[in-house]
Design a protein around this ligand. Sequence first.
Ligand code: NAD
Ligand code: 2VS
Length: 486
Amino acid sequence: MKEIKHYINGEYVGSASGKQFDNVNPVNGQTFARVHEAGREEVDAAVKAARAALNGPWGKMTLDERTRILHKVADGINERFDEFLEAECLDTGKPKKMASHIDIPRGAANFKVFADMIKNVPTESFEMATPDGSGALNYAVRRPKGVIGVISPWNLPLLLMTWKVGPALACGNTVVVKPSEETPTTTALLGEVMKDAGVPDGVYNVVHGFGGDSAGQFLTEHQDVDGFTFTGETTTGETIMKSAAKGIRDISLELGGKNAGLVFADCDMDKAIEGTMRSAFVNCGQVCLGTERVYVERSIFDEFVSRLKAEAEKLRIGPPDDDAANFGPLVSLKHREKVLSYYQKAVEDGATVVTGGGVPDMPEQYAGGAWVQPTIWTGLSEDSPVVTDEIFGPCCHIQPFDSEEEAIELANRLPYGLASAIWTENVSRAHRVAGQVEAGIIWVNSWFLRDLRTPFGGSKQSGIGREGGVHSLEFYTEMKNVCIKL
Ligand SMILES: NC(=O)c1ccc[n+]([C@@H]2O[C@H](COP(=O)([O-])OP(=O)(O)OC[C@H]3O[C@@H](n4cnc5c(N)ncnc54)[C@H](O)[C@@H]3O)[C@@H](O)[C@H]2O)c1
Ligand SMILES: O=C/C=C/C=C(\O)C(=O)O
């Protein structure tokens, strides 16, 4: 069986302990590879390699050379597009049609965009007066933060990992990546691309394993890592923040959400249905920016619910290779248990199940997979855990509202603040509501429309910091002020 190894100092290496775990295909529940699990020894070797590369070839390289190499990394992903696509879909079960439009192209773009950006960012300078009249000049320079620990989730594995590694390397840092245990393959494969592109050994390192008492924890506890960038659950973010506190290491956290969609009676209903469909069901609902709470103005509530139901029932469930399918399985049977527990809870709490609510009938060869039905509920109390917890599945609850104020209040009542989608053709209302919804990312009449130069991140318990464009520099560089007395 295929083995997935760590990538440390430019070489693929196994674990000294011999410990391995299964990589399971969520389409059929079958193990297709064994993954080496890193202990403290491998994590330490990866951090040492990253430090040596930072002090060595990578740190000494000119900006032009570094960005040229990062363009080659992007080209390398595109040249091996089909391999990345195959690997991502085997790990996640997602439709190839979707991954070939979103995951893999963004994996490449994340290197190009930040390589270009870093060459065009000015730094600030201030001239100042001094008592002796001769004055002084301040100017700021940016330096790499150092060795960055990158801990990434399983929902968009290559996209979310490179969203961090791209800017980290562009800014001159070196990285140790700990991908999700569910989806290690594309992160491992990227090592080959790095090598071929001429990235010096030790700049990009990968250690596999789990979170607590495994590679994730060992990495965050390692005192020679200068900062951590993490995407994942809010509770994991809290744990990582505690680890990072020892040694005062910086963090950038992109965490969970329970995002609200606000659909006003003056919306274009076709757009609102199309966007809400994607935001609730794309990637089997496993997108942090997705909408699990939909609030619809009462006068169009019934029409909206029946149209969304009709569209959800048109989703075609199937494996990655099925071109007609636009809806795959969840990432794992374990995650399915969690999602199904909320499907059950919704019924217990008195929901009207508009559609779905269970497990679809699948042909024999897929019976062991992590399939669930796309699901819509109405009628739950706003205090039901189904409406307050992030489920991270293909489901949403739809609730009517009567006024703009009420819609904003409903959107803001939870401790999360990642993203929101507002559907209205009234420009004044769009600006007004966008200004008041407490979230880091607001879409008006769209969803997941991404310009990589924009600030990306969550407020409240959905994160700390913003990444994207120049905002990534805030985390991936240290700014230093030089004051020269003239
Ligand atoms: N805000 C965003 O941009 C964004 C994007 C995607 C996903 N998410 C969130 O991610 C979650 C789903 O992903 P997940 O289930 O992989 O999240 P998770 O928090 O369970 O795991 C994410 C990563 O953290 C590691 N990890 C777990 N415990 C750890 C520990 N104690 N120390 C160090 N590392 C540890 C995991 O092994 C994995 O690599 C959802 O909550 C979703 O909202 C957020
Ligand atoms: O699941 C979360 C999706 C996050 C998307 C991005 O981080 C991005 O588009 O850069």
